[in-house]
Write a protein that binds this ligand. Structure first.
Ligand code: S3P
Length: 191
């Protein structure tokens, strides 16, 4: 019932996961898509497919500027395919054009997490060029400072923490039920 109502009100809009590396955009996004019976897409995977290279290879061979350009173009294209759940890379929402495109075609969901949670998760893998430095924690702290005020523009903010992903999905679904960007005009006076 809830799911059908959320989907009806969303129409062609995408649910777009934003937030820092390690906040759970892909793992929560995939489960949210399954819950809502919608396709799930990961923008980083689509960038890799389009470039026929991994993200570390793109950074190494062409530099971050070129990666950001590809990221902006791929997300603009993917946003035409809603409804869907779309996980973006951590830097994508920082681009004003991408933010505007998301605002026009989607609902942005920020998974906010504290530094220790993020560090614990990202240190398990070795696939993030920005963190291949002597002090990845200092980089992450800098990114939090620079990005959190911008991520805060998202429609929904959910605390990502060490609980099962399904708990986070439950919270997002509950928020979607009552959020003004999802709620139809006919319901506005009633909630
Ligand atoms: C980046 C985050 C990565 C990936 C790239 C740059 C960033 O995605 O897009 O390494 O600038 O925060 P995840 O957030 O999915 O790790």
């Amino acid at each position: 019932m809830t799911v059908a109502r959320i989907k009806r009100r969303l129409g062609p809009k995408s649910l777009v996961m934003v937030g820092l590396m390690g906040c759970g955009k892909s793992s929560v996004g995939r489960r949210l898509a399954a819950r809502l019976d919608m396709p799930f897409l990961d923008a980083d995977d689509e960038i890799e497919k389009a470039a026929q290279k991994t993200i570390p290879e793109i950074f190494a061979d062409h530099g971050e500027t070129s990666f950001r350009d590809g990221e902006r173009r791929v997300i603009r294209r993917l946003l035409q395919n809603g409804p869907q759940v779309l996980a973006t890379g951590g830097g994508a929402y920082m681009n004003p054009e991408t933010r505007a495109a998301i605002r026009a075609a989607g609902i942005a969901i920020w998974l906010r997490a504290d530094l220790p949670v993020l560090m614990r998760r990202v240190m398990k893998r070795d696939n993030r060029p920005l963190l291949k430095v002597a002090d990845p924690e200092a980089v992450m702290r800098g990114l939090m400072e620079a990005r959190y005020p911008i991520y805060a523009e998202a429609d929904l903010v959910v605390e990502s923490r060490d609980v099962p992903h399904e708990v986070i999905v439950d919270e997002i679904v509950a928020m979607l039920e009552t959020h003004p960007s999802v709620v139809g005009p006919e319901d506005r006076g009633r909630i």
